[in-house]
Design a protein around this ligand. Structure first.
Ligand code: PMP
Length: 429
């Protein structure tokens, strides 16, 4: 596929840049860290996507996680079409909200009650508000390298050391606000102990990614998970598992099921909306009783629980429920992809560590092991760029950043794997 035609993508990107910051509606899409022209994707079927020039790719982005069934799954598309024909939005309760909430509860018993919102950002932001309302405390703890959306209080990261008061990682976030966010070190139970010893009485909630996907894939250490639960209970803080990425992906009941977690609150998104904007936060009934109109914590949304998003999410969860073997297939493809890429990189003498949990995978271009944010940040970004562009040229759409997870869908199969490995071989030939 060398010399692939991209003139229409280039024309569109030129026009887009004049109107949209970076030419995009969300930063990573701009190919800023890998260079080159972003592809304007106009069609998807199963594991494949097509760009505005008609080039076809094996897709490992899957809209950044939602498309666990692959693109344009017939049942999901039909559900959306049938629902749309009845009207797009009412701003009133809808039967599909009840159906989707019930489907969520079947696989996530910890979500005794939940509230639908439109994005993962809203879900985490609202979950923290509820935790603050419930506990009457102001501080929250997050971990360096974990991403929970772009709400002000969550766009903070640590300086050096195990813990600092959060500093904004974006202009426009007031220091005073970021100062209410403590930042800890992921996978470090001793550091966590120290944070709680100093600040435990003031911490309303700890929010964490149960498998990190946003610094590349980093699996959790069991001791870390255990310490999170023990210390939050001991100090009366709520534990919020941010499963926006892992929910319904790592098991029907996400990381909560896979690792036997007992969070007080869970945030969901991505797969929950089946490719349309839907997310949710929920958990213990007494905590969710804080939410308006039942309780004093206000949170609302014009399009929340939108019937189209509920329909897409419900059709997706029903397909997963009907065919539990999907999770074995995701695991099997993920394992073959991991082994195949490792073989290619080893043969080429390229230092690498491939972290994978189920259908989430990251190739770190470093010896590893990669068990935390520090190690992840050692990845050789130049090697990643080479890998990324060889894949793109070879008809494989890999996430355009060294610190993202690649997502496998139920639609990926043998031909996809062959094409992926052939392209990877050319990267370091
Ligand atoms: N939490 C996690 C763990 C995420 O991965 C993301 C998005 N990648 C978010 C929250 C934010 O979700 P959204 O982009 O829908 O606002």
């Amino acid at each position: 596929m060398r010399g692939m035609r991209t003139s229409e993508n280039e024309r569109l990107f030129h026009a887009a840049r004049a109107l949209l910051p970076g030419g995009v509606s969300s930063p990573v899409r701009a190919f800023g860290s890998v260079g080159g022209t972003p592809r304007f994707l106009v069609k998807g079927r199963g594991s494949r996507v097509w760009d505005a020039d008609g080039n076809e790719y094996v897709d490992y982005v899957g809209s950044w996680g939602p498309l666990i069934l692959g693109h344009a799954h017939p049942e999901v598309v039909r559900a959306v079409q049938e629902t749309a024909a009845q009207g797009l939005s009412f701003g009133a309760p809808h039967p599909l909200e009840v159906a989707l909430a019930e489907a969520v509860r079947r696989v996530y018993p910890v979500l005794e009650r939940l509230r639908f919102v439109n994005s993962g950002t809203e879900a985490t932001m609202s979950a923290l508000r509820v935790a603050r309302g419930f506990t009457g405390r102001d501080h929250v703890l997050k971990f360096r390298g974990n991403y929970h959306g772009h709400a002000d209080g969550l766009l903070v990261e640590a300086g050096s050391g195990a813990l600092t008061f959060g500093r904004p990682s974006s202009a426009g976030v007031p220091e005073a606000y970021a100062g209410l966010t403590l930042v800890g070190s992921y996978n470090d139970p001793e550091a966590l102990e120290a944070v709680f010893a100093h600040h435990g009485e003031n911490i309303a909630a700890v929010i964490f990614e149960p498998v990190v996907g946003n610094a590349g894939v980093i699996p959790p250490k069991p001791e870390f998970l255990a310490a999170l639960r023990r210390l939050t209970r001991e100090y009366g803080a709520l534990l919020i598992a941010d499963e926006v990425m892992t929910g319904f992906r790592l098991a029907p009941g996400g990381a909560t099921e896979r690792y036997g977690l007992e969070p007080d609150l869970v945030t969901l998104g991505k797969i929950l909306g089946g490719g349309l904007p839907a997310a949710a936060y929920g958990g213990r009934a007494e905590v969710m009783a804080q939410v308006a109109p039942e309780g004093p914590v206000y949170q609302a949304g014009t399009l929340s629980g939108n019937p189209l998003a509920m329909a897409a999410g419900l059709a997706t969860l029903q397909a997963l429920e009907r065919e539990p073997g999907i999770y074995d297939r995701l695991e099997a493809y993920g394992a073959r992809l991991q082994a195949g890429l490792a073989e290619v990189l080893t043969a080429a003498g390229v230092p690498h560590t491939i972290n994978r949990v189920g259908s989430m995978l990251t190739v770190f271009f470093t010896e590893g092991p990669v068990g935390g944010f520090e190690a992840a940040s050692k990845t050789d970004t130049a090697a990643f760029r080479r890998f990324f562009h060889a894949l793109l040229e070879g008809g494989v759409y890999w996430p355009p950043s060294a610190y993202e997870a690649a997502f496998v869908s139920a639609a990926h199969g043998d031909e996809d794997l062959e094409r992926t490995l052939a392209a990877a071989r050319r990267a370091f030939a």
